[in-house]
Design a protein around this ligand. Structure first.
Ligand code: ADP
Length: 328
């Protein structure tokens, strides 16, 4: 997102936006300026519009008691589609139990009038997708930093038998220090045993990030390793400036995934130097055999993070959402 769009996003929705949101059947009505929790009566004043997803709309919300600002996800309490209701229930059940520095913190959820409000940690710097749209290739230090943070979050999830199943750049939010915060747990699932894995054979995820075993029903389900495939897709995109599996039709994308048909940019075309170590790491994550994909711990031990110029910035300035940082 460029600065103008970002600032526009922080402003309350325009009349036109309001109208669009309120006439769309699946979205909640635009919230009143003050909402209050039924139990302890905490009051939040609703501020700028942050964004809109598949079924939720997000606004800034300031807690009246102390002025703290949160992201308030607003969802219709009575959803017309059962699938959406299920997605939201899973999201609440799994997300509410997670606590990790690189996962969007879930604080509480409550119903007010006709909507349900989810109070989340505010990520004011957009998502990695916004950054990718603006910059395309990210620098190697940025890729390393994001991948390490992402691996830390994924390790935490997998240790608790949770598969996120929708890791993509649009679900990697950025806090005020430009740290990754994994969000949107709507497709997450607990996978505790082989039996659970076998039950997990619904086609879910976002086509460009979907693992091959999810597409192949004969494989008999999928495990947490689908997240490692998505990490490979994310890492490729940040390095190359485009997604590895992309096409006009969904079928063609799926064919490319199943044939492991992806192409790195030619060195002469690329604005980014992509070292062999990075390509090797991506190829390990994009392995058609899910058991052979590395664990998050193996990923961070990979030589890509340890090369002679393998610096990993301790801090990133929010201006890097728009411009390549200058390393001093
Ligand atoms: P859905 O579950 O409907 O897909 P998302 O979780 O993707 O909804 O949220 C919709 C949009 O709201 C996001 O694309 C983003 O712009 C904004 N958003 C969501 N969570 C946060 C957050 N924690 N901080 C800032 N903005 C957020």
């Amino acid at each position: 997102m460029d600065r103008k769009a970002y600032e526009k996003n922080l402003a309350p929705p325009s009349n036109q936006q309001q109208e669009k949101l309120s006439t769309s059947k699946s979205y909640a009505d635009p919230p009143p300026s003050i909402v209050s929790e039924p139990g302890d009566g905490e009051r939040y004043s609703i501020g700028g519009f942050l964004g809109k997803g598949g079924f939720a709309v997000c606004y800034e919300g300031t807690l009246a008691r102390n002025g703290r600002v949160y992201a308030m996800k607003v969802v219709k309490s009575q959803m017309s589609q059962k699938k959406m209701e299920e997605k939201f229930r899973t999201e609440l059940q799994i997300h509410s139990k997670m606590r990790h520095p690189f996962i969007v913190q879930f604080y509480r959820a409550f119903a007010f009038e006709t909507s349900t409000y989810v109070v989340l940690e505010l990520c004011p710097n957009g998502s990695v997708m916004d950054m990718f749209r603006k910059r395309r290739c990210l620098s190697l230090p940025e890729v390393r930093r994001f991948m390490i943070q992402l691996c830390s979050a994924v390790k935490y999830l997998h240790k608790r038998f949770v598969a996120h199943r929708d890791l993509k750049m649009g679900n990697l939010f950025l806090d005020h220090n430009m740290n990754i915060k994994v969000g949107d747990f709507g497709l997450a699932a607990m996978i505790l045993s082989d039996k659970d894995a076998k039950r997990r054979n619904t086609l879910c995820g976002t086509p460009n990030y979907i693992a091959p075993e999810v597409l192949d029903k004969s494989k008999g389900g999928h495990t947490q390793k689908v997240d490692i495939w998505s990490l490979g897709v994310i890492c490729f995109a940040m390095l190359a400036g485009y997604l590895p599996f992309q096409s006009k039709t969904q079928e063609e994308v799926y064919r490319k995934v199943q044939n492991l048909n992806y192409v790195w940019p030619k060195e002469s075309d690329s604005t980014n130097y992509i070292p062999e170590e990075a390509k090797d790491l991506v190829s390990r994550c994009l392995n058609l055999v899910d058991e052979e994909r590395p664990d998050p711990d193996d990923i961070v031990e990979h030589p890509f993070f340890n090369m002679y110029d393998g610096c990993i910035p301790r801090q990133l300035d929010p201006s890097c959402r728009f411009n390549k940082p200058l390393w001093l």
